[in-house]
Design a protein around this ligand. Structure first.
Ligand code: ACK
Length: 922
């Protein structure tokens, strides 16, 4: 359009076909066009080829053609030779100077027809009607391509040809830069792009995004963190300013320096302590700088014989820390030698000698009559760093009381023992008494006896015969007890003692055991009776029917005959194969049960050579389905188990599975119709959840659609349900297969399948329905899907999806399963939307002008059965219901409009409900 001179595109034939002509556009500006108008001559084949167009890395190019086209009827005298279309071709080539048009090397893109044509003959005062058509074509094999326009007898003027490709523009997401990226070759292809971290940042998790076919970025995964000392500002990493710091890249941002610290330069990763303040190695950079504690206060000691209790008050200054302890205390000095030695390892400190958190310690097993000095140090985490020493300690000196050690002499008799000993060498005072401790050697010190005596001998009686005993003796003075003597062993030598008590003890033991047994028996009986009682009474308390897991039956045939009717094979007429299931073919056919009308049915059969497990799994689906009775759950007619092959007979759903059905009818339903389908599925799922049945594999492929567009939930089963689904994949964490894209995160991670995880899947089904069977998360791989969900990514609204519906999907995809809506709430919500279609008119589109009101005249006429007037009203320019009500019907007040619209909507709703429940065609 803007080329000033001649284009000189190649034309064939070079004369009498396409010609380059200058004309005036609608604004009377001269433009160049290519025209051809051989409408009176038959067998036209006029080619016009563009110059070579380099593809510059593009894989899919878009061709926007603007043209005008004459309506054949407006041309006087034309016969059947006149056409109203032309063909667009392309030919990929590395050769940029191909001289002639080789028609056979061109591939057809499309036949292009006009939306508008003009009929005026008088070019002078005509209003030019310009058509704009865009086609896209995959160009991947050569460096460039040619486009060609083939005319077969139309009257056309090509006004402009614009050739372009789409890119996802350079962008920064999660601190990673993603380059300008050319979109993929196919309309559904996603180009995976790896981002690179922006300056001063480091990878948190490999940053990735997908470039969608329309040039929009999708599914950001991973990203980068600003390096230590830097924080995110406006998509870049900026240095922390003085007085601030950032220690770890994962920290949220720069923080102010903690108390008693500072940073003087930008980009600090840690703040330096003010002088006199310190930081321990283990202190985090976020902690204030601190000081060592002052000395403990008021150390007091209380001596008790050879033990000392020390107590003190905490230091006056803790230095800003809470980890003050008393690390090491105690050194002993023996008064006689005046030589200070550390306390020996035999001295006991309770609760300990070092690292004390309390301010009280008991020191025992000290030597008698000895001088000790105890030093208590207060220390905290920065004592070492600060080099603090004596200033943090306090000491006290004590002298322990006196004790004696003794030497034992023994005199063994037959029935008792007489012991005697010498006075200790250094009694350190008057000995007040002796203490004798003894025990059976075998018993060690677990049980011992004590005897006290003023003399240096004792008679020990009542001992067992032929038994080794151990004895210790110690002396006591006014200062307390001394240490026990070393152990001394001896054995009695008297006759054996009769075992009188033993029989009595065993009898008692027996009685006790049987007593406990009887008690246990009684409690068990009470438990069983109470269980039976509740079991018997349970059904009267709750009326909700609960689904019974057929796998709880030991005999699978018992389950099948409880829940499914046996059908005589002679009443089934198989007509054709409609699909393949995991266990064998799925056929359609007819079933005539005596006394009932013939109905269409689907027949699933179990192929020959099956194992016991396969038989059981196959029949489990019927045992489950047979328990359900709901208009939105596929109905089981019965089973054939008495002859082979085994069959499961269900109602026939003419439109097959929902995903394939929607793909086949892309864009052909109104939003109300789509919501109607979703309502049916929600209603079925509410019924299942009321029955406490968790589906686990809810997806559009497992919903069947009948001729009235009624959707029914199908595909039941237990162990097999997921094995059977081609979408099910093994995850790295669990061993069973899971259909990742449809499954809630908690079910993927730890197999928590609940009604709430079914609600998540329902949200995915909503997305599938509104996008007409698009694959959730497109061609992303399963691992990326899991990662994206983990990072909070959720599927965007499909094209033209009302905001309310997308919001409902997002609610179903709440991470916390308790926050997801219940099926009952979903059902209520959808009913409300159907009742108020106005709420469905708001689009989530980026361009508000493409939001067309859903409740059009067309739908209204459809709903009241007067569709035949659609064209008449459209020709008169009534496209919106508002304009019709105002103009044609003269209803001007908004309230009256509302009443009328509401009544029509009510009618539609009741028809839909009728349709779903009774399956009567509308
Ligand atoms: O998408 P479809 O046509 O719908 O292909 C599958 C195939 O059998 C394997 O499962 C179809 N199918 C299963 N049950 C029924 C049914 N009750 N009515 C109609 N088609 C069915 C399903």
């Amino acid at each position: 359009r803007t080329v000033p001179g001649e284009l000189k595109w190649a034309a064939s034939p070079s004369e009498g076909g396409w010609e380059e002509v200058s004309i005036m556009d609608e604004k009377n500006i001269p433009i160049r066009t290519y025209q051809v108008c051989n409408v009176l001559e038959p067998n036209q084949n006029n080619w016009l080829r563009t110059d070579w167009i380099p593809r510059s890395g593009a894989q899919r190019v878009y061709v926007e053609v603007k043209f005008t086209l004459r309506d054949c009827n407006s041309l006087p005298g034309v016969t059947g030779t006149c056409k109203e279309t032309f063909n667009l071709y392309y030919h990929e080539s590395n050769e940029d100077r191909e001289s002639y048009i080789k028609e056979s090397s061109f591939i057809k893109v499309d036949t292009v027809a006009a939306d508008e044509s003009f009929t005026q003959v008088d070019v002078g005062d005509r209003i030019m009607k310009l058509n704009t058509e865009v086609r896209d074509v995959k160009v991947t094999t050569r460096k460039g391509f040619y486009l060609a326009f083939q005319d077969v007898g139309a009257c056309i003027a090509l006004v402009s040809v614009r050739v372009f490709y789409k890119t996802c523009p350079l962008t920064i997401r999660n601190l990673a830069t993603f380059p300008d990226t050319i979109t993929g070759a196919d309309t559904s292809s996603l180009v995976e792009v790896r981002g690179s971290c922006v300056n001063q940042s480091e990878e948190r998790e490999e940053p990735k995004m997908y470039c969608g076919a329309d040039g929009e970025w999708l599914v950001p995964i991973g990203g980068c963190f600003c390096s230590p000392g830097y924080e995110e500002k406006g998509g870049a990493c900026k240095a922390c300013s003085a007085g601030f710091y950032k220690a770890k890249s994962s920290d949220a941002g720069c923080f102010k320096c903690p108390p008693h610290s500072h940073s003087v330069r930008d980009g600090a990763t840690v703040c330096d302590c003010h002088s006199g303040f310190f930081r321990a190695d283990s202190d985090p950079p976020s902690m204030a700088c601190t000081q060592p504690p002052s000395a403990p206060q008021q150390l007091i000691s209380v001596v008790n014989e050879t033990s000392v209790v020390l107590e003190w008050a905490p230091p006056r200054r803790l230095g800003g820390r809470s980890d003050t302890n008393y690390p090491r205390m105690g050194s002993g000095s023996i008064s006689s030698s005046q030589l200070c030695l550390p306390c020996g390892s035999d001295v006991l400190f309770s609760p300990g000698q070092t690292g004390l958190k309390t301010s009280r310690v008991v020191v025992s097993e000290l030597r008698a009559h000895t001088h000790y000095t105890f030093i208590v140090h207060a220390r905290n985490g920065v004592s070492q760093a600060s080099g603090a020493g004596a200033a943090q300690s306090v000491s006290v000196s004590v002298t322990t009381n006196q004790a004696v050690s003794s030497i034992l002499a023994i005199d063994v008799t037959r029935h008792s023992l007489s012991l005697s000993w010498q006075q200790p060498d250094r009694p350190n005072g008057v000995i007040l008494e002796y203490e004798v401790k003894f025990y059976e050697k075998d018993q060690k010190e677990r049980s011992y006896r004590i005897m006290r005596t003023f003399s240096r001998s004792v008679d020990v009686t009542g001992l067992n015969p032929l038994t080794v005993y151990v004895f210790h003796v110690r002396a006591r003075t006014a200062a307390g007890y001394g240490e026990f003597s070393a152990p001394f062993e001896f054995s009695t030598n008297s006759d054996p003692f009769p075992l009188i008590g033993e029989g009595v003890n065993s009898a008692f033991l027996l009685l006790s055991v049987s007593g406990v047994g009887i008690l246990l028996l009684i409690s068990a009986a009470v438990f069983i009776i109470s269980r039976r009682y509740t079991h018997i009474n349970a059904p009267t308390q709750t009326r909700v029917k609960i689904y019974v897991d057929p796998f709880t039956y030991e005999d699978p045939d018992q389950a099948i005959h409880e829940f499914a009717k046996e059908i005589d094979v002679s009443s089934i007429h198989i007509e054709k194969v409609i699909g393949m299931g995991e266990f064998g073919e799925v056929c359609s056919g007819r079933l005539r049960v005596q006394g009932k009308r013939e109905i269409y049915v689907a027949i699933k059969s179990l192929k020959a050579g099956y194992s016991d497990k396969q038989r059981r799994d196959f029949l489990s689906e019927a045992s489950i389905m047979g328990q359900f009775d709901h208009p939105n759950i596929i109905r089981l007619e019965g089973v054939v188990t008495r002859c082979k092959p085994l069959m499961i007979i269900t109602e026939y759903m003419e439109n097959g599975s929902l995903d394939a059905f929607l793909r086949k009818h892309d864009g052909q339903f109104t939003v109300i119709q789509l919501v109607g389908m979703l309502r049916g599925i929600a209603s079925g799922m509410k019924y299942l959840s009321d029955m406490s049945y968790v589906h686990r594999d809810l997806a559009a492929r497992n919903i069947l659609v009948n001729s009235n567009l009624v959707c029914k939930v199908s595909d039941f089963g237990l162990s097999r349900v997921l094995e059977d689904d081609p979408e099910a994949a093994y995850t790295t964490r669990v061993r069973r297969k899971i259909p990742i894209r449809w499954t809630a995160p908690e079910a993927i991670t730890y197999r928590k399948f609940t009604t709430a995880s079914d609600v998540w899947s329902y949200g995915i089904v909503m997305w599938e329905v509104v996008s007409y069977g698009e694959r959730p998360y497109w061609d992303m791989n399963n691992q990326d899907v899991i990662k994206a969900i983990e990072e909070g990514y959720r599927l965007p609204a499909p094209m033209d999806c009302p905001v309310v519906l997308h919001q409902l999907m997002l609610d179903c995809w709440e991470r916390e399963r308790a926050e997801r809506p219940t099926f009952s709430q979903i059902l209520n919500m959808l009913d409300k939307l159907i009742r108020n279609p106005g709420t469905l008119q708001v689009c989530v589109s980026v361009l508000p002008e493409v939001c067309v009101p859903e409740w059009s005249v067309c739908e209204w006429l459809q709903s009241i059965g007067l569709e035949r007037y659609r064209d008449t009203l459209a020709a008169a320019g009534y496209t919106s219901l508002d304009s019709l009500l105002m103009d044609r019907l003269g209803i001007i007040t908004p309230s009256h409009q509302n009443i009328l619209i509401a009544s029509v909507q009510q009618e539609v709703l009741s028809q839909m409900q009728h349709m779903q429940h009774s399956m009567v065609p509308v």
